[in-house]
Structure formats: C-alpha cells, structure tokens
Design a protein around this ligand. Structure first.
Ligand code: KG4
Ligand code: ZN
Length: 349
C-alpha cells in the first residue's frame, strides 16, 4: 500500500494532503489560505507569502497526517511542488519536504505545479479517482499566475499548445476588481457583479487580434482597455486611484459582466479552434482557480456538448492551489519510478 504526502506552497496557499495510490483515494487535504493577509494589497506580496508559508507548513502537514489517521512512518513518498511559483514560497515547501523525506528515509517526488492543476480534475468530489476522463483531451488551465492550453495524452504526457504571452486571466480579474474598489481575489466578486447584470456585454471590450493559427492568449491589452474605460467614466484616476464618489454599483456591474464575457469568448475561441485542428481530442478539462467560475464553466460545457465532447471541471476545492492534486500526480510518478534527488531545487521538475 503506497501513501503519498503531497505538499504545495507555490504561492499564497499552504497545503498538504495524503493520497493512497492503492485504494486510489484521497485520505486528507488541508489548506491555509492567505487571502485575509493579502487582500488589502490587491494581489500577492511575495515576502508576506513566504513568511506565512514558513509559519504554517508544519501545522498543516500535521493536520493532513492526523486527518488521514497516520504518522510520518506510514508515508511512502513525499511529493512537493516545484516551479512555477514564487521562489520564496516554493523553497519553504521544498526544504520542508526534503527534510522530512530525508529524516524518515522516504523517496522524494518533484511535481511541476502546472502538471498538478492539469490532473486536478481526476479527483472526484469525495476524493476517489475520476476514471471517466478520456485521453487525449484538451486542458484549459487558468489561474492568477498562468493561462495555458494543453493536449493531454496520458498521465504525465502532455504538450503545451498555447499560453499567455503577458498577463494571466485571473490576474486581469484581480487587477480590474481592485480598480473597481474591491480587494483580492477579484474573480469571485467579478462573477457576482456580472450575475447581477445578467451577464450582459455592455462595454464590448476588445477580444484581441483574431488569431488563425496561434493558441496563445494575451490579456494585457484588455486590462489597459478596461482601465482607460474607467478613466473615461471618471471613476478611476492614474494618480489618485478609485474615485469613490463617482463609482456606482451600475458601473461596477457593467464593467464586471463585460470583462467576464470578453474573457469567456477568448477561451471559447481557442477551444473551438483546438477541437477543429485536433479532432481526436475527446474532452475538455477546465482547471485552476478561475475554473471555480460557474458562468465560464457553463459556457464551456455548452460548447463541448455541441461538439459531442465531454467536459470536466474539478470539484471547487481542487480548483485553487491545493496539495491533493500534487499528491495525485505524485502517485503516478511513484508508479513510474520518477523520483527526485535531495539536491532538488525550485526550478526542477
Ligand atoms: O489557482 P489559484 O488559487 O492561484 C494561482 O495559482 O494563481 O487561482 C487564483 C485565481 C485568482 O486570480 C482569482 O481571482 C481567481 O483564481 N478566481 C476566480 C474565481 N475564483 C477565483 N476567477 C473567476 N471567477 C471565480 N469565481
Ligand atoms: Zn496554481
């Protein structure tokens, strides 16, 4: 029986989980989110993130072991997140993982953070393994730090076909929400405001250059267009920030729903073209923090249904950064014998 302890500290979440690869079931998943610490800054401050990781890592790992009903000795492998991420935060998890693996004579497994997200949809809501996702499939991975499109051939076998050339889509939600007067993270409030506006596209923000071949994304032009629209509406000033007197709920709603529709349509365009170019793809998985967005999820599901493709989104708790996905990827890496050495650093995988 193999039990994998997963550790995830790539950004502002400190997470640990235990996955049993024989039973193909998650035994525990614990997480501390720094949202309360970071919210007043409109984004994640790296130094605050790594200091908090250092404080939380020990108790979070202990909680995960306790909930799984096991001790360090019962663990077979320690899987830990490597790049991409904030270097200080990543190093906390990696040093901790190395220390406990070395001290208890366990093998170490390095898991690329994005590979973790890519396979997060393979966990059912109850932590058992979801077997219905066929290969090859398309994976749209979107968070505050990345936006990428992959063809996934098998466990651990995938190819990147498109990614953002500038900002991540989640970052666009966060930065625009901040300029509308809300705190981090912006995605949930943008979704709520858009719902209050019945998801209407009022402002018609630019969708970017009509790409024919490339599957890349770009959101910095969109972010700038929204910013200039806020300046034009006199609710934002580059020197003084949000104009609280002029900002109204109606303006917030119009901007939020227009932004959400715009980003959704950019995703739809890439997915439509990917399914056309690669007809062998049988399904779409939509993963990462932004996959918690029900509106985008419903639109992508509808697109897949029209094309007779399956659609999968992880359970809400496996959309943001979490250690369950790291332990899960660790489980198939262990089966393949893909172990890391003790000189592992944050930029290896
Ligand atoms: O995966 P994640 O927890 O951390 C990163 O690796 O970035 O993703 C966080 C991102 C943030 O940008 C946040 O605004 C976005 O996910 N997010 C959402 C929603 N919930 C979180 N974006 C859109 N709609 C949501 N409901
Ligand atoms: Zn992430």
């Amino acid at each position: 029986m193999a039990k994998i302890l997963g550790i995830e500290t790539s950004c502002d979440e400190t997470a640990a989980a235990v996955y049993d690869s024989e039973e193909e079931c998650l035994l525990s998943s614990h997480l501390f989110s720094q949202i309360e610490l970071q919210k007043r800054f409109g984004g994640v401050v790296p130094e605050i993130a790594s200091r908090s990781q250092l404080e939380r890592i020990g108790p979070i790992v202990m909680s995960a072991l306790h909930e799984a009903g096991i001790s360090f000795n019962d663990i077979d492998y320690v899987a830990v997140t490597t790049k991409p991420g904030l270097i200080g935060s990543l190093l906390i998890g990696i040093c901790y993982a190395k220390a406990i693996a070395w001290a208890s004579n366990k093998k170490l497994i390095a898991v690329n953070h994005l590979e973790g997200h890519m396979f997060s949809a393979f966990l059912e809501d109850d932590g058992t393994m979801r077997t219905a996702i066929p290969f090859p499939h398309l994976c749209l991975s979107v968070s505050g730090g990345h936006t990428a499109l992959y063809i996934v051939h098998d466990f651990g076998k995938f190819e990147l076909i498109g990614e953002t050339i500038d900002d991540a889509a989640g970052e666009a939600f966060d930065k625009i929400a901040y300029r509308l007067g809300f705190s981090y993270p912006g995605g949930p409030i943008i979704e709520q405001l858009a719902g209050e506006n019945e998801f209407r596209d009022v402002c018609h923000y630019p969708r970017g250059k009509k790409e024919k071949e490339s599957f890349n994304f770009s959101f910095s032009g969109l972010k700038t267009a929204v910013l200039y629209d806020l300046v034009k509406k006199e609710v934002f000033d580059f020197k003084t920030g949000v104009n609280k007197e002029k900002m109204t709920r109606d303006i917030q709603k119009d901007v939020a729903s227009s932004l959400l529709i715009c980003i959704t349509e950019i995703f739809e365009d890439r997915i439509r073209r990917a399914f056309k170019k690669y007809p062998q793809l049988q399904a779409l998985t939509f993963v990462g923090g932004v996959a918690a967005n029900k509106f985008i999820g419903a639109r992508l599901r509808a697109l897949c249904e029209r094309r007779s493709k399956k659609f999968f989104v992880p359970h809400r708790r496996f959309c943001p950064d979490n250690a369950a996905m790291i332990a899960f990827v660790g489980s198939y890496k262990a089966k393949k014998g893909e172990f890391a050495s003790f000189d592992l650093d944050a930029f290896q995988e």
